[in-house]
Design a protein around this ligand. Structure first.
Ligand code: CAP
Ligand code: MG
Length: 438
């Protein structure tokens, strides 16, 4: 292989055993597109800048090189390209290695002005080297004996600072108001005002009481996020010992190895995994550079989380357009997914890998829930923090308002119709209306 250009072969027909990556590439002024795009395939597979390296000519090295097989110009400086990597380039079951190739040094190359991974298509051998979710959507629904309606989550607000009794009292209020799952916030772990062990032990007693009173299953997404795996293991074991169903982890701040290891642990402990994606936007938000949320969601499905936050399809307070969010939803719930040229996504066949429960969250309140369900359907989880605890009647009333907004939608009633019968919903609508939060 003499130079970067040699990594381009638009006549190449990708094999079913190839791992495919869809990239958006921005070319710097004065750089030939062949050089820039070839550099992406080279640096993300076997190559280096020095075309005189001897091993580049070895046929066994060429066999595991990336090949640019598709290039199309989208603007004067921007190209959509697809690269095929033979599956033997990768170590099956090792997400950290796979990403060190396709999403590694290549993002920092001067040969490109911007580079974004839009999507990854996984060959069966690599796909099946990962466990996927232990429970998936059906397994989670079975735990709660809730067949059709969205499962409802609530995170106490303020995010952190409240004491353990204050936090758990909010749990009592939302559970008894009709919410299925209490949830820790992404930055609550075990601070001195609300230590982990005290929180989970206190909450378990409240849960038992509320389950008896309501006859419904109640659970808690308990954040075990820690930069030490040993500490996450200790916390997950306590959760299992106390008879909870779930751990929650911040998948980006704990990293791919953290997620993989927690998934193995949760197999042994029989726990489901709630994936919070805090920090994802540092690399998913820029349309010209980074690693897309879709790609992150797919790696998370393979690694085996049961739920993942994917956004609100434009309704809530955080970025993520309708198109993007619905495409992520398709890719994490579907069995076979078609490619979408407009979004530069690739098709997928998920084989035996179970679907992940999509979580819609961020700036949601009763008045906007019909909009969320119209877009995302009802096979989702809906999370409301501020939209419950900011209710004028407090968290219990806020929980009733959210549950009733969802029930009204399922019953084919408008929010205003239901609000005539449910004062808590009326109060929420009076305060927030049906406004999308900016
Ligand atoms: C929502 C939330 C969640 C975000 C995460 C927050 O609170 O607890 O962490 O939804 O974003 O801290 O913002 P509110 P995403 O319900 O009060 O908005 O779901 O997009 O990953
Ligand atoms: Mg949060």
């Amino acid at each position: 292989m003499a130079g970067y250009e040699d990594f381009i072969n638009t006549k190449y027909k990708p094999k079913s055993t190839d791992l495919l990556v869809s990239f958006k590439v921005k070319i710097p002024k004065g750089v030939k597109k062949e050089k820039a795009i070839g550099a992406v395939a080279s640096e993300s597979s076997v190559g280096t800048w020095a075309s005189t390296v001897k091993g580049s000519e070895y046929s066994h090295v060429k066999k595991v090189a990336g090949t640019v097989y598709f290039v199309t110009q989208e603007s004067p400086t921007s190209y959509w390209t697809k690269i095929a990597y033979p599956q033997d380039h990768f170590e099956p079951g090792n997400m950290s290695q796979i990403l060190a190739s396709i999403a590694g040094n290549v993002f920092g190359m001067k040969a490109v002005d911007g580079l974004r991974i839009e999507d990854i298509k996984w060959p069966a051998k690599i796909r099946d080297s990962f466990p996927g979710p232990q429970f998936g959507i059906d397994g989670i629904r079975k735990i709660f004996k809730v067949k059709k309606r969205p499962l409802l989550l609530s995170v106490p607000k303020p995010k952190v600072g409240m004491t353990t009794p204050e936090h758990c009292e909010i749990g009592r209020q939302i559970w008894s108001g009709g919410i299925d799952l209490l949830k820790d916030d992404e930055n609550l772990s075990s601070q001195k005002f609300n230590p982990f062990e005290k929180r989970v032990r206190t909450a378990v007693k409240i849960r038992d009481r509320i389950e008896k009173e309501t006859g419904d299953k109640k659970s808690y997404l308990i954040n075990i996020t820690h930069s030490s795996y040993k500490e996450m293991e200790k916390r997950a074991k306590l959760i299992a010992d106390l008879g909870w169903e779930y751990v929650m982890i911040d998948i980006v701040t704990t990293g791919f190895s953290g997620v993989h290891s927690v998934r193995e642990l949760c197999q042994d402990l029989g726990l489901a995994i709630h994936a919070h994606r805090a920090m994802h936007a540092s690399f998913t938000r820029n349309p010209d550079h980074g690693f897309s949320m879709l790609a992150l969601a797919e790696t998370s499905r393979l690694l085996g989380v049961d739920n993942i936050h994917i956004g609100t399809a434009g309704v809530g307070k955080l970025v993520g357009t309708s198109d993007e969010v619905l495409s992520i939803q398709d890719h994490i719930t579907g069995k076979k997914v078609k490619e979408n040229k407009k979004l530069r996504t690739l098709g997928e066949d998920w084989g035996r890998i179970k679907p992940v429960f999509p979580v819609s969250s961020g700036g949601l309140h009763p008045g906007v829930l019909p909009d969320v369900m119209k877009k995302m359907g009802t096979n989702i989880m809906i999370q409301a923090g501020g939209g419950i605890h900011g209710h004028p009647g407090g968290s219990h009333a806020g929980a009733i308002a959210v549950r009733q907004a969802v029930e009204a939608y399922l019953d084919g009633e408008t929010l205003d119709e239901r609000a005539r019968k449910v004062p808590e919903l009326q109060q929420a609508l009076t305060l927030w209306g049906k406004k999308h939060i900016k």
